[in-house]
Design a protein around this ligand. Structure first.
Ligand code: GLV
Ligand code: MN
Ligand code: MN
Ligand code: MN
Length: 420
């Protein structure tokens, strides 16, 4: 496209950005047997996550950032501006991953922020406001059960006490894992409101590719409802127990899965998405009717009222299951979060000035930006992915060019916001 250059339109070093992404992808790398691909497994506060954090802190320090770690293990690297009293412009994302990840989810936003700082340094640019690059702890929520955890505590929505007490499946607490990995920092976890927050992230979906554009200006994030359901049936002999005498927890779990899909297909709950991503039966043996089943339910909906209706319908269905007792545990719950109009406009203008076509779209995934949005004007930049934007899968891929273009837009956006 036609590129307009002005002193506040800056391009980053795409090769250097790509090298960082690929170097970080080696931390927690594994060979995915099913796909034959190399994946990333860096669950929050594991040894791999700690190693990734140390590498990124080193890169922050090499880029001249002053690094602080807070009581949730959130990391902030700060580049001073000419007016140190001015509230900083914050960017960032997360380094933790799901167990079957690619190299981009979260990492692009963190490494993109560092690449912006390197670029500003090279060009001798001093902004009026400080710029900070944040790394938020346990964004994925798959180890300790609550997503966007570090940013939610930083924004004051969840307490540090709640977060530290969360346990993983092995019974380790998050607080204990912070200490074990050395990321139990001393900085105050409550984040002073930044001037603005901008997060660059892969789209993780097919929309940008379908529209043939590289940049997404994110309008907001849909609601997320996570709960764990435990079904209590009765263990019994598979050969001798007549069907009418069974209380089969596995059957009830299957009924829930099928019911959720029917709710989605009915169209009665708006744009509902429903996933049972975890299912375990006990005692988990061939010739025993399952005594217990545990499953997670992940609901997404951009409409808060429709989300509430879907949650109520699921609860009513559970109560209707005969001969079955159940308990539910709330894991995470967020409503629809709209992003700031001015920050969105600044992003769209930056994309225009870089000659990059863009569209506006809603985020299907959760992001730290939805938490920081409670503190300051916030919006996100989405980068196109290949293979229908598949993510939470080792096949996740965005091209070096797409990543560089996303971070170009980030750089120009941050520069302009930091001079306001
Ligand atoms: C986090 O990536 C989520 O949206 O589940
Ligand atoms: Mn992410
Ligand atoms: Mn993710
Ligand atoms: Mn996410």
């Amino acid at each position: 496209g036609h590129v307009m250059t002005s002193p506040d339109t800056i391009t980053v070093n795409g090769e250097r950005l790509w090298r960082s992404l690929m170097d970080l992808a080696e931390v927690g790398a594994y060979d995915d047997e099913r796909s034959g691909l190399r994946g990333v497994n860096r669950l929050a506060l594991t040894d791999a996550d700690a190693e990734g954090r140390r590498l990124v802190i080193r890169w922050m320090e090499e880029a001249g950032l002053a690094v602080r770690v807070d009581r949730m293990g959130n990391i902030y690297g700060r580049r001073e501006g000419s007016d140190p009293a001015a509230a900083p412009v914050l960017t960032g994302s997360h380094l933790d991953s799901v167990a079957t990840a690619g190299a981009f989810d979260g990492c692009l936003g963190v490494l993109g922020g560092i690449e912006v700082v390197r670029t500003l340094d090279e060009r001798g640019i001093t902004t009026r406001r400080p710029i900070e690059v944040g790394v938020f702890t346990e964004e994925e929520g798959v180890r300790f059960g609550t997503d966007m955890l570090g940013s939610a505590v930083a924004a004051g929505r969840l307490t540090q006490e709640y977060a530290h007490a969360l346990t993983d499946r092995a019974g380790s607490t998050l607080g204990g894992e912070l200490t074990r990995t050395g990321f139990d920092g001393t900085a105050d976890v409550l984040l002073g409101p930044p001037h603005a927050y901008v997060e660059c992230h892969i789209e993780q979906g097919p929309v940008l590719a379908e529209h043939g554009v590289e940049i997404g200006v994110v309008t907001g994030v849909q609601g997320i409802s996570w709960q764990e359901i435990t079904i209590h049936g009765r263990a019994a002999h598979a050969g001798t127990t007549p069907t009418h005498l069974r209380a089969d927890a596995g059957l009830a779990a299957a009924q829930i899965i099928v019911r959720l899909r029917a709710m989605v297909d009915s169209g009665e709950y708006g744009d509902l998405r429903a996933t049972v991503g975890h299912l375990a039966v006990h005692p988990d043996l061939t010739n025993i009717v399952p005594a217990r089943a545990r499953l997670t339910v992940d609901l997404r909906n951009p409409d808060d009222a429709q989300m509430a209706r879907a949650e109520e319908a699921l609860a009513a269905f559970l109560r209707s299951l005969e001969g079955i007792q159940f308990t539910t545990r709330r894991m995470a719950r967020t409503g629809y979060v709209p992003f700031d109009e001015d920050v969105r406009k600044t992003i769209a203008q930056a994309a225009d000035d870089h000659g990059l076509a863009h569209i506006s779209l809603l985020s299907g995934a959760g992001h730290d930006a939805q938490e920081i949005a409670a503190l300051s004007p916030t919006a996100m930049i989405f980068v196109r992915g290949e293979y229908d934007g598949i993510s939470h899968n080792p096949r996740e891929y965005s091209t070096p060019e797409a990543c560089a273009h996303g971070v170009d837009v980030l750089a120009t956006t941050l520069l302009r916001l930091a001079n306001r």
